[in-house]
Design a protein around this ligand. Structure first.
Ligand SMILES: Nc1ncnc2c1ncn2[C@@H]1O[C@H](COP(=O)(O)OP(=O)(O)O)[C@@H](O)[C@H]1O
Ligand SMILES: CC(=O)OP(=O)(O)O
Ligand SMILES: [Mg+2]
Length: 448
């Protein structure tokens, strides 16, 4: 590390608190590099780390320092720095996961934590906050007040923000919101058909999530097509522990499948996705029946229903595992239970592709798969891809679909090109919410 870098606060740490994982990347902001125009992007990746299975311990810790990272290290032995899937019993929640990361960062790499200028936090629900915002007492409480609308996420992000304020006091914590990308959704699409006085008073509308991911994907696909982002119409599937779909028109979110909370829409690892709302009242036979005496209802806890639908449903409830790789493998082997779960997911995904295709007047440039399942499950992509031909998408190319992992870059095309002007492409995008935050942070002069 050069002397000038050592004394500079030029590092940006990006922290992504997902429902059951913590993904962290460290970047060097290239603002002070001269000439800065030599760099295609304003940040350079130094390391990535992830802690998964936080809600189903033992948690798995991974840490990868990039070989060209310009750092001073305490050890020449890469084995001490780089860790793959190490089981860590002491990690019980997002705060202890973050503490484990910081300990490893300082002890194994020797990176001076005082060099971190900014910590970017992915905050899933921002309500009506549309811009990234520096954490203060006021913004912290705003996010806290929204925690009930993102029960698996906002609390986890706040726990990490709290650790950063106490353990890394020299760094600025900045919140980046998943909801911000969807502020363009027109009001007739974002509104629910309920009493509008109550809806306005309580902010009951579609907010939409995974927005940092959609922003990254939109920019990456624009670069791939060498077209301006605001000329693109896309249907994007972000399929991870939480799964959602988004219709993008002229580079802006037109509609998305999650709603007031990240529970609606597609099913996920432990989430039911969309259900008939009345199902809640029929889940237990202790609930009264509206056609009998409604006052007979006993032990009917709506909060308990919310917890069941968020944490005890989805793949976990259908198959016992949250790992979609296991589900697709067992489905292929012929197990009926796994086959039902797999087919159910394909069915729900098609609901959104069909309706978004119409909403975009069939003027779609590409369908994009992303998120852990979208990026890794060739079986899921194949099953969905086979249904698209009838609405004018190119054929899925089996060879390209199988070899996605062998191709470098953010975007991989998996269809058979026809060179027809009106062809609709099928793409895979390796989304990166951490990069999206670090990039926005580096480009925003007010933060520096
Ligand atoms: N090889 C694979 N095939 C199918 N699904 C996979 C594979 N690898 C990972 N996944 C799925 O990806 C999910 C994680 O996706 P990811 O987007 O990283 O989730 P999140 O950020 O929401 O925690 C896992 O729960 C797993 O089901
Ligand atoms: C919004 C959401 O569901 O996020 P994740 O998929 O990271 O849990
Ligand atoms: Mg995620």
């Amino acid at each position: 590390m050069s002397e000038s870098n050592a004394s500079r606060n030029d590092l940006v740490l990006s922290v992504n608190a997902g429902s059951s994982s913590l993904k962290i990347s460290l970047y060097q902001a290239l603002k002070y590099e001269i000439p800065s125009s030599n760099h295609e992007e304003p940040v350079k990746l130094l390391l990535t780390s992830s802690i998964s299975n936080i809600s189903a311990p033992p948690a798995k810790f991974s840490f990868k320092l990039l070989s060209d990272a310009d750092t001073t290290t305490t050890s020449n032995n890469d084995n001490n720095k780089n860790v793959k899937d190490q089981l860590i019993d002491s990690i019980k929640d997002h705060a202890s996961a973050f503490a484990h990361f910081v300990h490893h960062l300082v002890n194994a790499t020797g990176i001076n934590q005082n060099r971190i200028a900014h910590i970017c936090h992915r905050v899933v629900h921002g309500g009506d906050y549309h811009e990234p915002i520096v954490i203060s007492d006021e913004t912290y409480h705003h996010i806290e007040n929204l925690s009930d609308l993102a029960p698996l996420h906002n609390g986890a992000a706040l726990a990490v923000i709290k650790s950063c304020i106490s353990d890394l006091p020299n760094a600025n914590s900045i919140a980046f919101f998943d909801t911000a990308f969807h502020r363009s959704i027109p009001s007739h699409i974002a509104s629910y058909a309920i009493d509008q006085t109550i809806a306005k008073k309580r902010g009951l509308k579609k907010y939409g999530f995974h927005g940092l991911s959609y922003a990254f994907i939109l920019r990456s696909v624009a670069k791939f097509f060498q077209r301006p982002a605001d000329s693109l119409n896309l249907i994007v599937l972000h399929l991870g522990s939480g799964a959602s779909a988004c219709a993008i028109r002229d580079g802006k979110s037109l509609d998305t499948s999650m709603g007031l909370t990240p529970l609606n829409g597609l099913p996920g690892a432990t989430r039911s996705g969309a259900i008939d709302p009345s199902l809640i009242f029929h889940y237990t036979n202790k609930a009264g029946r509206i056609t009998h005496d409604p006052n007979m209802a006993i032990n009917l806890h709506v909060t308990q229903a919310e917890q069941i639908l968020n944490s005890k449903s989805g793949w976990k409830s259908l198959t016992g595992t949250t790992d979609f790789a296991v589900i697709s493998q067992r489905a292929l082997e012929g197990s009926e239970m796994y086959r039902t779960a797999f087919d159910l997911f394909v069915d729900r995904i098609l609901n959104y592709i069909g309706s978004y295709h119409l909403k975009l007047d069939a003027q779609v440039d590409a369908l994009v798969f992303s998120g852990g399942i979208g990026e890794k499950s060739r079986e899921l992509r194949k099953a969905v891809g086979q249904k698209l031909k009838c609405i004018g998408y190119n054929n899925l190319d089996d060879e390209k679909n199988t070899r996605v992992d062998d191709v470098e870059g953010s975007v991989v095309e998996i269809d058979v090109r026809t060179n027809n002007e009106s062809e609709k492409r099928i793409l895979v995008c390796r989304t990166d919410e951490q990069f999206e935050m670090a990039r926005q942070c580096a480009l925003e002069d007010k933060f520096w």
